[in-house]
Design a protein. Sequence first.
Length: 40
Amino acid sequence: MKRVIFTFIAAGLLLLANVTSVFACGWLGYQPTAPKSLQK
């Protein structure tokens, strides 16, 4: 039973990391350059 729970948690973490990575890549791609106000 514990092996099933551990596998489920591991799969969930991998899926979460995957989604976060894709979201970060998409967000960075959407904003290729920093706003002029942040560049000093």
